[in-house]
Design a protein around this ligand. Structure first.
Ligand code: SF4
Length: 375
């Protein structure tokens, strides 16, 4: 098997990714009265502006509920983009992080795409600057460039393929069968996992998600001893020690389906804890336990919740609809160039539905539905 090697010269002190200058706002928590008022106002504004709310599983539960109550969707990043593309409304309000707004705009250039806070970003996106990435690609012209959805439009414009966490294995297996060598960016854990599963020749960018990177394998073992019958669900952006303990490795949509359809009564969930809101709604009889980020080897940033997803607020939603602020633009020719790698993936998935019908690893959960989820 070809060993995965990592390349990226601008790592931070931990050697993980270049987020030294990253920051996030902590949003005020509205009172119960304010929440009621803001939700009512948001509903009015969505109608008034012919807009639909498209929310990620990791954002605040109020926003998820509002999306569903108003005919929008709560989904992973790719489903968000596809829903937005197919929605009849002229304005899409994307509650998520910036690359999700960009992907929506790339697929729906004629629509207005707004976000509650344009500063909501992602450590994977931040850790893969387009210029550095272009230099990396230039140094390896013999490799097919495959990037994860969690990248900027400019990085996607340089890629041959975009993938999500549940179709990545199928796409890489397909490329390997064609004798292709792969340049992968930006998530090192997901890249390493795919490389080990497929045996493909992969050169990896050294990025990481600051949320999933914090899950602790050692602590997970101790938790499993306390809950021996619990099914462990892990997002593949997590470290190897955590993925190795998983019963199901999959995207957010696949993890959700595992809880809905699984036979177990208890589930240990290793992904952003924002997803628990939807899991509780769709599987009310199941016990959900957050995978540990604290304990041995933990750091003070371990809270299992993305600081940028948390920047999406009811107030931000109302503000962007009232003022038209937070509009996403992706200039040409970047948009057209980025569209190519997204459409290649969509065509592949449409032609190979069986290849992505199940999570990457599924030891026990039966009957999962096809999906092409992302982070
Ligand atoms: S949870 Fe991780 S991968 Fe998802 S947006 Fe936040 S930093 Fe990015």
């Amino acid at each position: 098997m070809t060993q995965a090697t990592y390349e990226y010269s601008l790592q931070d002190a931990t050697g993980a990714t270049c987020t030294a200058n990253a920051w996030a706002k902590v949003m005020p928590t509205p009172s119960a009265d304010q929440r009621t008022r803001l939700k009512a106002r948001a509903k009015e504004l969505l109608k008034q502006h012919d807009a639909v709310l498209v929310a990620h599983y990791y954002v605040d539960g109020d926003l998820q509920d509002l999306a569903l109550e108003t005919g929008g969707c709560v989904a992973d990043s790719l489903e968000m983009a596809r829903f937005g593309r197919d929605a009849p409304q002229k304005t899409l309000v994307v509650a998520g992080v910036r690359f999700m707004g960009e992907t929506s705009k790339i697929l729906s250039p004629a629509k207005r795409v707004l976000m509650p806070d344009l500063d909501a970003t992602c450590s994977l996106d931040l850790g893969c600057p387009a210029d550095d990435f272009a230099t990396f690609c230039d140094a390896h012209p013999d490799r097919t460039v495959v990037v994860y959805a969690n990248t900027s439009a400019a990085v996607k414009a340089r890629a041959d393929w975009m993938v999500t966490s549940s179709c990545a294995l199928a796409v890489v297996n397909h490329l390997k069968s064609q004798g292709k060598k792969i340049l992968w960016a930006p998530d090192r854990h997901l890249g390493r996992y795919i490389q080990e599963e497929t045996g493909a020749d992969m050169l990896l960018w050294n990025g990481a998600c600051i949320v999933h990177d914090e899950f602790k394998g050692l602590e997970l073992e101790l938790l499993k001893e306390q809950h021996p019958k619990a099914m462990i669900l892990v997002h593949p952006e997590s470290p190897k020690s955590v993925v190795q303990m998983a019963d199901v490795v999959g995207s957010t949509s696949q993890m959700l389906n595992a809880v809905i359809h699984g036979d177990a009564a208890e589930y240990i969930v290793a992904t952003d804890n924002g997803i628990l809101h939807r899991m509780r709604q769709l599987a009310p009889g199941k016990t959900l336990i957050e995978a540990p980020t604290a304990g041995n080897s933990a750091t003070c940033k371990s809270c299992a919740h993305c600081p940028w997803m948390a920047m999406n607020s009811l107030q931000g939603l109302v503000d962007c609809l009232e003022s038209g602020s937070g509009a996403i633009e992706v200039p040409e020719p970047t948009r057209a160039e980025a569209l190519g790698c997204i459409e290649r993936m969509l065509d592949f998935v449409a032609a190979n539905p069986a290849a992505i019908a199940k999570p990457a690893k599924n030891n026990t959960a039966p009957g999962l539905v096809p999906g092409i989820g992302a982070a």
